[in-house]
Design a protein around this ligand. Structure first.
Ligand SMILES: *Cc1c(COP(=O)(O)O)cnc(C)c1O
Length: 390
């Protein structure tokens, strides 16, 4: 494998992981095959025993998937990547590979809703307990750690309120206590934030979001090194939620434009945030790129860009928030994010609708809050679309 560590992200995103076949193809081919053949009985035996590297079966490895894995590992600056059938499968595989009954996790409270459900309703059934703490409440992280704590889990920035955590500080806390730090880096992508640079042990992606960037496929990935990524891979290979070659090929197309898209997502989101901040019926805007953001300095230190996601609170509660949403003509009302198409969501009644009033308060979700995943349309058109309902 080529050493990509000397190259810049823009080059890696287009080039890393490609291994041309004898056909001399310029673009990455798809290998839609479930299994692979061997030149001899001896070769088959050597592959199965692990004496000889190479493909056996596409639940284990596939050349198109491997190209995606090598490219994403190089982008994150990680040793090895394993691709999964979804972002949730990546989180599940990480937990199943690394934890056993009696182990304990500490997680940020502000994580993707389905991740909370996975931890509380399913991992708990197998004797893995999770305690939830405020993302940047470092004293609470420390207090929640027990001798059985194996993983610390977080997303930064959080969705929808864009709260951030100092990754380096939490990595040091994890390591001091013999635990690993897992960062779900879906919202930033390696173009804007590289958790390994700050000491994270494993990085998780939902490729469904910015990596694809065009809302067309579901997939995920785990990146890490040594025994921990091998444990995640062992689970995936046995349990099966691996990535299909066709989806890997779609994600490779996405990665080629990732840095360009992230630049534009950031530029548009900042302009929208600045515009929203001076609207008379907007109470508050949450975007790390605004100087008014309480953690703006941390964002500048930890991220090379502020991202495409923002939220704001409209005066007048749910009714006013829904009016903004229903006033749009092209911005899509959907819970998805990271798409080239701008999307708008009312967290209190959709993504965070299952939370109790107290949990909503803790998560900072109020009725007047609207979340926008700012897309690649012209920013003046996006602003005009939101202005109608405001
Ligand atoms: C969407 C999302 C996931 C889950 O990914 P899927 O591909 O939908 O399974 C996990 N984490 C974050 C931050 C997400 O936004």
């Amino acid at each position: 494998m080529h050493d990509w560590s000397e190259y810049e992200l823009e080059t890696i995103a287009v080039r890393a992981g490609q291994h041309r076949t004898n056909e001399g193809e310029q673009s990455e081919p798809i290998f839609p095959t479930s299994s692979f053949t061997f030149a001899s009985a001896a070769e088959a035996a050597a592959r199965f025993s692990g004496e000889e590297p190479g493909n056996i079966y596409s639940r284990f490895t596939n050349p198109t998937v491997r190209t995606f894995e090598e490219r994403l590992a190089a982008l994150e600056g990680g040793e090895r990547c394993v691709a999964t059938s979804s972002g949730m499968a990546a989180i599940l595989a990480t937990c199943m590979g690394l934890l056993q009954a009696g182990d304990h996790m500490v997680s940020s409270r502000s994580i993707f809703g389905t991740t909370t459900i996975l931890f509380n309703n399913f991992l708990a059934k197998f004797g893995v307990e999770t305690d939830f703490v405020g993302l940047s409440d470092y004293a609470a992280w420390e207090a929640a750690i027990r001798p059985e704590t194996k993983l610390l889990f977080l997303e930064t920035p959080s969705n929808p309120v864009t709260e951030m955590a100092d990754i380096k500080r939490l990595a040091e806390l994890a390591h001091k206590n013999g635990a690993l730090l897992v960062v779900d880096n879906c919202l930033s992508t390696p173009i804007l934030q590289r958790p390994f640079d700050f000491g994270a042990d494993l990085v998780i992606h939902s490729a469904t979001k910015y990596l694809d960037g065009q809302g067309r496929a579901i997939g995920g990935a785990v990146i890490g090194g040594g025994e921990s990524i091998e444990a995640v891979y062992s689970f995936l290979r046995s349990a099966g939620p691996t990535m299909s070659p066709f989806n890997a090929w779609i994600f490779l197309k996405g990665l080629e434009t990732l840095s360009l898209r992230m630049d534009r997502h950031c530029e548009n989101a900042l302009k929208l945030a600045q515009w929203l901040e001076v609207q008379p019926n907007v109470e508050q805007v949450f975007y790390p790129g605004l100087e008014s953001h309480p953690q703006h300095e941390l964002a500048k230190r930890q991220q090379s860009g502020f991202g495409g996601l923002l939220s704001f609170v409209v005066k007048g509660g749910k009714e006013a928030a829904w009016r903004v949403m229903d006033g749009t003509q092209f911005v899509s009302i959907t819970a998805n994010l990271g798409d080239s198409k701008s999307t708008i969501t009312h967290p209190a009644t959709t993504t965070h609708g299952r939370l109790s009033d107290e949990q909503k308060l803790e998560a900072g979700i109020v009725d007047g809050m609207v979340r926008v995943s700012v897309g690649l349309e012209n920013i003046d058109d996006i602003i005009a679309d939101l202005k109608r309902g405001l």
